[in-house]
Structures are given as C-alpha cells and as structure tokens.
Ligand binder design. Structure first.
Ligand SMILES: *Cc1c(COP(=O)(O)O)cnc(C)c1O
Length: 427
C-alpha cells in the first residue's frame, strides 16, 4: 500500500491535511540545514569528550551498595564536564528529576541568611515550592533563605535597573531559567544569558550564577557554562539523556559549587565518592551520544509545528523563523476544544499508550487543570513526543520532543488532523 494511503487508514490523515503538511515541510526545509549544522557540531563535541576521556566498555559495568570506585560514573562525569566546558559535573541516577537536581544545587550552595535572586521573573512551577514562593514543607524559606524576584519588562527584556537594585549584601545565588516553562515569554539564548551574567558579576563578582538549563542542552553549539555560568542544571529525561536515560539529572560547573551540591545529594564527608549506578551507566553514555541528534530532531519538529499553526492564523512562540534557544514550542490555541483536540491527537501518534485519551486533571502544584499528552518509553520523559497545556485562557499548549524528526512529524500531523476532524479548523 502507498504510504499516503497507509497513513489514511491508520490515522485518518486526509488528502487536504497531507497536502498542507507537505507544503509546510517544503517551506521550512531551508531551516533544516542550519539545524543539521548545529547537530553536527554538537555530535563532534560529545564524540571528542568521549575520546579524550578514553571511554571504554569497562566503564559500562554496574556498581552496587556504596558505589565506591565507580570508574564509569566518574568518567561519565568528566565527559559531561568537558561537553559543557566546565570544571566538574555530578551526573547521577539518584538525582531523580530536574526539580531534584535544581533543589540539590540550591540547597547545597545556600545557607541560612542567604538570599536567592531570580532576575528573569517567576521560576518554573515546581521550583516555586522548592524556594517557598508557594509554601511547601521543607522549602528553602523554611531554612531562612530569602528570595527576591525581578520580573521581565513588558517587552520581554531584562530589567537592568531593577536587577541592579535587587542585588544586595545577602544575594548569594542568582537563578536564571533558560526555557520559558509555562510562561508566554522568549526562551533566552546562551548569548543573552552571558550578557545577563556579565552584568550581574560586574555588580557582585562573587555571586553564584546558576542556569536552569532544562530543554536547552544542544539547541545551540555553546552552553551557559561557556558564557560565565557557575552552574548549569538539567534533567536526563529531557535533552541530554537522548531518550535512553531512564532517570537522572546533572549539575555541571565550578568544582567548588558542584562539590557543595554533591555533599547535599549524598552526605557531608562523602560527596561524589559514593552513589552506585546499578547498571544505568551505559544508557547515560549512549543517551548523551545520541542527544545532539535527538535534540536536532526535536528542534525540527518545533519549527514544523510553528509553521503549520502560523499558516492557520495561530500565534506561536517562538515563530517558525526565529532562532531557537530550547526545544519548546508554544502555540496560543485560543480555545479549550483546540487544546484537547491537539493533545489528544499527539497521544494517538505515540508508540506507547496510543490507545488512551488524555484528559485535563488537577495536578498537584498547578492552579488549574492540566492536560498532558505523552506516550513515552520513559514515564514523563519530555524529550519524547509530548504536549501539555494548563487548561485556561488564552489556552497555550507547550509542545516538545520527539525521538526522531520523522516520528514527531507524524504525531504533529495527527494532532492537526484531529483538530480538522472536530471541525475546529478548515484548511
Ligand atoms: C522540566 C523543567 C524543570 C524540571 O522539571 P522535572 O519535571 O522535575 O524534571 C525545571 N525547569 C524547567 C524550565 C523545566 O522545563
């Protein structure tokens, strides 16, 4: 059977949707060359780091118990440090998510009486509980760590004056979120983050600048640690795990600050010396090796979705032609029915759980129902094809991932078809 007919039979892709998808893909093909060039450079970077550190199959052995002398773990951490142009790294399955890695980096480097500053507006939802912006048991606020925030200006730019005023004697650490999270704002390029850090360090040279690097890794050819960030933190079930890491987080940066985090993760006096890897090390290595390719595919998917939706009159952030700083594509879908149809369509294109229909639910930590489409091999993995949306006006949907561009393209096209089938849009 012809491919187009198979798609029709399997997913109900009509000729009009097929034609529109084809036209859209042709229009964005010139952008793909640029994405491929970034992928190649990042692939080289990872390869070079692995060769430099003489990665060998002896590094793939599992350790148990305390995990002393885990050569694979230590080598992997050196590879991460090199890839990020940093002094040291902590890359562990015991860091159970991005939120946990950020918590460990913050709690390890802040002491009672210190102040934390976010110069880029409100942090990601889960971090609000960690900091104590939203009261939670065990928050940094409970340990006497205060928090200050400087919002972005209405045009999305940094409030330089406000940041200058907010920095004070107590400011110990500045947290900069690269990706937009659930906000309708630009994600910051590494260059922009570099400018912000330079500005902050000129006023207060000893302040620790930490970047929440979630969704940003390998989207550009440099990372925040190469433009002055003292720490960069992220999740292995997002970009750097390449879809293969089944769990994990990383903290890279200056040796001293990574060590501060390590003694918080394990124990004072133990630090990085302990922590068994239980057999996950090969998937961490191989996932990192594949990450540039997977991220490149995800960026292509984001551009494709943006272009599809722009052609239908929806607002997109970033625009299909914009330079990318992360893999997240936000679409203002304007009504609830659009959000449900798109997310339910994405789910239909998943390799896992394609037969279930996602519905909005009251997730802890969110102020409205949230719908999440994810049929992933790794639970909650958002480097895999996924879309989620807080179900409230103006009905933004946040799309990211895809283990391959080709899978993402099929999934997104089914999302569009579902909107067409429900009479929400006409092509
Ligand atoms: C995903 C994400 C996190 C961490 O989320 P986890 O689900 O805990 O991994 C933190 N910040 C941003 C901007 C994120 O996108």
């Amino acid at each position: 059977m012809e491919y187009q007919e198979s798609l029709k039979e399997q997913f109900g892709i009509t000729k009009e949707v097929w034609d529109y998808a084809k036209k859209t893909e042709e229009a964005i093909l010139p952008l793909f060359a640029k994405i491929d060039a970034i992928t190649e450079q990042n692939q080289y970077k990872v390869l070079a780091a692995m060769q430099k550190n003489k990665v060998s199959d002896t590094h793939f052995a599992a350790t148990t118990g305390y995990g002393y002398n885990d050569l694979g773990r230590d080598t992997l951490e050196q590879v991460y440090a090199d890839v990020f142009g940093a002094e040291a790294a902590l890359v562990r399955p015991q860091l159970i998510s991005g939120t946990h890695a950020l918590t460990v980096a913050l709690a390890g480097n802040l002491r009672p009486g210190d102040e934390l500053l976010s110069p880029v507006g409100v942090p990601y939802d889960t971090l609000q509980g960690v900091i104590g912006i939203r009261p939670e048991r065990g928050s940094l606020a409970e340990y006497g760590i205060t928090y200050r925030q400087v919002d972005l200006l209405s045009d999305g730019g940094f409030d330089w004056d406000g940041i200058r005023k907010a920095l004070n004697d107590k400011t110990k650490l500045v947290t900069i979120q690269r990706s937009k999270g659930y906000e309708w704002r630009e994600s910051f390029s590494v260059e922009k983050i570099g400018q912000l850090i330079a500005f902050i360090k000129e006023i207060k040279p000893d302040v620790i600048c930490m970047v929440d690097n979630c969704y940003g890794e390998f989207v550009q050819t440099i990372e925040p640690t190469q433009v002055g960030a003292d720490l960069a933190v992220g999740s292995l079930i997002k970009n750097p795990g390449g879809g293969l890491a089944p769990i994990g987080g990383y903290i890279v940066g200056k040796e001293e600050y990574v060590e501060n985090a390590a003694v918080r993760l394990t124990s004072p006096g133990l630090g990085k010396e302990v922590g068994a890897t239980l057999g996950v090390t090969p998937s961490f290595f191989q996932g990192l090796f594949q990450a540039p390719q997977v991220v490149g595919g995800s960026v292509k998917a984001a551009v494709y979705l943006a272009k599809l939706m722009e052609g239908l009159g929806f607002d997109t952030l970033p625009k299909s032609s914009d330079k990318r700083a992360d893999i997240v594509q936000c679409i203002r879908l304007a009504k609830e029915e659009n959000v449900l149809a798109f997310c339910q369509g994405i789910q239909k294109g998943a390799p896992v759980d394609s037969f279930v229909t996602p519905e909005p639910w009251d997730m802890p930590g969110y102020d409205c129902p949230v719908i999440m489409a994810a049929g992933a091999f790794v639970q909650g993995s958002s480097i895999e094809l996924s879309a989620d949306a807080p179900v409230k006006p103006p009905y933004h949907v946040f799309f990211q991932g895809g283990l391959s561009w080709h899978h993402a393209k099929i999934g997104i096209t089914i999302g569009l078809q579902t909107m067409v089938d429900r009479g929400l849009i006409t092509l």
